[in-house]
Design a protein around this ligand. Structure first.
Ligand SMILES: C[S@@+](CC[C@H](N)C(=O)[O-])C[C@H]1O[C@@H](n2cnc3c(N)ncnc32)[C@H](O)[C@@H]1O
Length: 280
C-alpha cells in the first residue's frame, strides 16, 4: 500500500512531469498523479512518491522517466475520432493536395504527420481516408508519420493490432474487410495500409525540424495539456514545418486563435483547418 501523496510531493512531481513532457497538472489533478504513479512506485520498489522522484532523477538510463511518462499521458483515442476531420481530409484537403501537385508538376511524396498519434488509430484512419480518396489513382507516393512521447503507445501503434471493439466501433465493415486481417487478439492492419505509415518517439516540446516538411499536420488533443506558452511555441514551430500550401488540423475543442498569428482559420462545411497567413 503506497501512502497518500503529500502536497509537497505533488508540487515536486508536478514540476518534474512538466519538465519531462510539458503536461501541466495543477492541484485539482493531485489524484491523477497519485493513482497513475502508484503502480510505478511499487514497480520501482520505492517507499513512496518522494523516493520515486529521487530514483527517477538519479536513473541515468531514464527508464523510470519513461515509466512515468507512460503512466501519466492520456492516450485516449479511437479510429476516425470525431469523424469531421476525416470528412474534411477526404473532401477538401486531399483533393487540394493533388490539385496543387498537378499544378506545380510536383512528384515528391505527399507527407502527413500525426503529431501525438497515441496508439496509432489516428495515423491509420488518415491512411484509410487517403486510400479511399485516391481510389485507383495510385501514382501518388503517400507517407504518414505518427509520433508520440509514450514508448508504450509507439510500440502498440507499430504493432498495429487492435481489439474487436476498437476496430468495429469506428470503422465500417467494408473498410474493416479491406484494411484489416483477423488476428488472435482482434484485428491487424493489412500490409498495404501498414506500409504507408511509420511511427517514432518524439517529444513535441523538443526540436522536430529533422522530420522535414509536411503537406498536412494533424495535432489533435495534446496541446490542451500544455501551458499557453508551450502551446504557442508548438504551433508556431509546426507552421514552419508546413510545405507550401500545407495545412494544420486540431482537435474539436481546440482553436489556434491567439496561439500562432501566422496560422489562420479556414472553414469547409462544418470543419475548421488552418493555413499560413501568407506564403513565405
Ligand atoms: C489524448 S491523446 C490524442 C491522440 C490522438 N491525437 C487523438 O486525437 O485521438 C494525447 C497523446 O499525446 C501524447 N503526448 C503527451 N505529451 C506529449 C509530448 N510532450 N510530446 C508528444 N506527445 C505527447 C500522449 O502520450 C498521448 O498519446
Amino acid at each position: 500500500m503506497v501512502h497518500p501523496l503529500q502536497p509537497d510531493e505533488w508540487r515536486v512531481l508536478a514540476q518534474y512531469i512538466y519538465s519531462l513532457c510539458g503536461i501541466q497538472l495543477d492541484v485539482s489533478k493531485q489524484y491523477l498523479i497519485e493513482s497513475r504513479l502508484s503502480p510505478v512506485v511499487k514497480d520501482t520498489n520505492s517507499s513512496g512518491y518522494s523516493e520515486l522522484y529521487y530514483k527517477a532523477k538519479a536513473d541515468l538510463s531514464r527508464r523510470i522517466d519513461r515509466q512515468i511518462i507512460d503512466a501519466i499521458t492520456t492516450g485516449e483515442t479511437s479510429f476516425f475520432r470525431d469523424q469531421t476531420p476525416f470528412h474534411l481530409l477526404r473532401t477538401k484537403l486531399v483533393p487540394d493536395i493533388i490539385e496543387n501537385r498537378r499544378a506545380l508538376n510536383l512528384s515528391t511524396p505527399i507527407r502527413i504527420w500525426s503529431a501525438a498519434s497515441s496508439t496509432g488509430q489516428e495515423a491509420y484512419s488518415i491512411a484509410i481516408t487517403i486510400k479511399e480518396a485516391l481510389g485507383a489513382n495510385t501514382s501518388f507516393d503517400v507517407r504518414i508519420v505518427g509520433t508520440d512521447i509514450s514508448d508504450a503507445a509507439i510500440s502498440r501503434a507499430t504493432r498495429g493490432v487492435y481489439s474487436d471493439i476498437e476496430v468495429e466501433r469506428g470503422i465500417n465493415p467494408n473498410w474493416v474487410a479491406r484494411y484489416f486481417d483477423k488476428h488472435p487478439n482482434g484485428w491487424t492492419v493489412r500490409p498495404h495500409l501498414r506500409s504507408l505509415v511509420s511511427f517514432r518517439k518524439l517529444n513535441l516540446l523538443e526540436d522536430f525540424t529533422f522530420l522535414g516538411q509536411f503537406d498536412l499536420v494533424f495535432c489533435r488533443n495534446v496541446a490542451i495539456y500544455f501551458s499557453p506558452a508551450d502551446r504557442s511555441s508548438l504551433f508556431c514551430r509546426i507552421e514552419k514545418a508546413l510545405a507550401p500550401g500545407g495545412r494544420v488540423v486540431v482537435g474539436a475543442t481546440e482553436s489556434l486563435l491567439d496561439v500562432c498569428p501566422a496560422l489562420v482559420a479556414k472553414h469547409h462545411q462544418r470543419a475548421v483547418y488552418y493555413e499560413r497567413l501568407s506564403a513565405r
